[in-house]
Ligand binder design. Structure first.
Ligand code: AMP
Length: 116
């Protein structure tokens, strides 16, 4: 999917409303519209990258930044003691439905393993 009709690019452009949780120069985090846990935040790069398959060597700092932000967002959501799960779905079998790289940050209930 192109950047033009990417839902998350439209959220970043302010064309689709979202509930902001965190923002900096590189990333934006907002609440998932269909939460799968009491806390369900999506963390996305402001740059359009379709999936982990499309992340380049030059994106390593960005990816590291996103992973380091996940616990900060979780802690901001009060999940420091209970724990949280980070998920990056990549491709059809993994259940990726929005083709703009995103980290799910989920918490507030016990999670099972393996995932469905
Ligand atoms: P994935 O299936 O890993 O690609 O995750 C995409 C996520 O985006 C799903 O959890 C959706 O509920 C969520 N989502 C889709 N559209 C919106 C939206 N407009 N605002 C917030 N979350 C959304």
């Amino acid at each position: 999917m192109s950047e033009d009709n990417c839902i998350f690019c439209r959220i970043l452009a302010g064309e689709i409303p979202s509930t902001k949780v965190y923002e900096d120069r590189l990333v934006y985090a907002f609440r998932d519209a269909n939460p799968q846990a009491p806390t369900h935040v999506l963390l996305v790069p402001k740059e359009h990258i379709e999936s982990l398959n499309d992340a380049a060597q030059g994106d390593e700092a960005l990816l590291g930044h996103m992973l380091r932000l996940a616990p900060k967002i979780a802690n901001q959501e009060g999940l420091a003691d209970s724990g949280f799960r980070t998920v990056i779905n990549t491709g059809g079998d993994a259940g990726q439905t929005v083709w703009h790289l995103h980290v799910h940050v989920l918490g507030g209930r016990p999670m099972t393993w393996p995932p469905g």
